[in-house]
Structures are given as structure tokens and as C-alpha cells.
Design a protein around this ligand. Structure first.
Ligand code: CUA
Length: 200
């Protein structure tokens, strides 16, 4: 009943707006700059869209939830399963827990020039993780799993730093990763965990 008149009202409003917009005098030079800035915005939005849909680039947390309060009872992030593991398909997966004020396990060995998948969870508050010289920089939000794929370019000692303020010990929250040459690295002997629900 009310839709017809209100639709007409909106259309009238829009027409008025467009008439007023056309009546505004915009200098030729200004018009050029407006066009240029709109094109730049369009270019950036286009790049983000292409990356998101075709290259699969998305925020590190894949909105995979987990109960931070019961990580020790959780299949995947139980103490025995932390660290480096090689799954059935030969992919290297590293599971680490962040807690005030360290990353667990404190130290791991991984091969250089090899794709690695890191899965991080927090046992208490918001932490961050940054590893210089890699693309690794993400927040570790309690309640979510942060997953990152990365490759270490060359062997060496890499620091693992917390980059979100998490309390008085924040500046002492760091660990390190030893990256060793691909041919010298051997997979740790552990029974691989099967994927499964984290929310049991
Ligand atoms: Cu953990 Cu700052």
C-alpha cells in the first residue's frame, strides 16, 4: 500500500540530487583529478578482487574456531602434537601455541626452501607473531586458528616475535626457529594427527 508513493518519493529525491549534482560547477582540472582518483581506487579494488577470488589471498585466520580454554584436551593442539609434523601427503605442518609469555614449543627445526604450513592458536589473550624475512605476520586471536603458509628462503636462526601487546611480559615474548638446509633436515618421528573437529 505504502510502497508506490514512497518509491516515487525516492525517485524524485534521486532526480533532485542528480540535477543538483549537474548544476555544481566543477573545474576542468578538478574533474581530471577526480577521474584519476576514482580510477586509482577502481584499480586497487580490482587487484583485491582478483587476489581474493583467483589467487586465493585471504586474511590468515580462515575463521576456523577453537576453544582456547581446552587446548590441552584438544586432539590437534594437545601437547604431544605440537611442533613439526609431516602429514600423509608429505606436507609439513607446524602447530604452535602462543601463551603469556612464550610460543610453544620454544624451539623447532624446519627445512629451508620448503613450503610450510603454520597453525597458531592462543591459550589466553590476543598475541601476534612476526618472523622477520618471511611473510609471517599475523594476529593470533583467542578462539581462532591462524593458518599461514610460508617458506624460509635460506638456513639460519629466525626469531619469532610477539607483535601484539599482551601484558607486562610482552617484550620478553619470543622464541626462535632453526632453519636448516633442505638436504640435512629429517622429519621428526611422530604419529601424524588426523584432521578432525577441533571443537569436540
Ligand atoms: Cu604475546 Cu605480546
Amino acid at each position: 500500500m505504502q510502497t508506490e508513493p514512497s518509491k516515487q518519493k525516492y525517485e524524485q529525491c534521486l532526480r533532485d540530487f542528480l540535477t543538483q549534482l549537474q548544476a555544481i560547477h566543477i573545474d576542468q582540472l578538478e574533474r581530471k583529478w577526480i577521474t584519476l582518483s576514482l580510477l586509482v581506487i577502481g584499480l586497487f579494488v580490482g587487484i583485491i578482487t582478483i587476489d581474493a577470488f583467483f589467487h586465493g589471498v585471504n586474511p590468515p585466520s580462515k575463521v576456523e574456531t577453537i576453544d582456547s580454554a581446552s587446548l590441552h584436551l584438544n586432539k590437534e593442539f594437545a601437547e604431544d602434537n605440537l611442533g613439526v609434523q609431516v602429514d600423509d601427503k608429505g606436507a609439513i605442518i607446524i602447530r604452535m601455541v602462543a601463551g603469556r609469555y612464550s610460543f610453544f614449543p620454544k624451539h623447532i627445526d624446519v627445512p629451508a626452501e620448503t613450503p610450510l604450513t603454520f597453525r597458531w592458536v592462543s591459550m589466553d589473550v590476543l598475541h601476534g607473531v612476526h618472523i622477520p624475512m618471511t611473510n609471517m605476520s599475523t594476529m593470533i586471536v583467542p578462539g581462532y586458528v591462524a593458518e599461514i603458509n610460508t617458506t624460509f628462503p635460506k638456513p639460519g636462526e629466525y626469531p619469532v616475535l610477539c607483535n601484539e601487546f599482551c601484558g607486562l611480559g610482552h617484550n620478553h615474548m619470543w622464541s626462535n626457529i632453526s632453519v636448516i638446509a633442505k638436504e640435512d633436515w629429517t622429519a621428526p618421528v611422530k604419529s601424524p594427527v588426523k584432521g578432525g573437529s577441533n571443537n569436540e
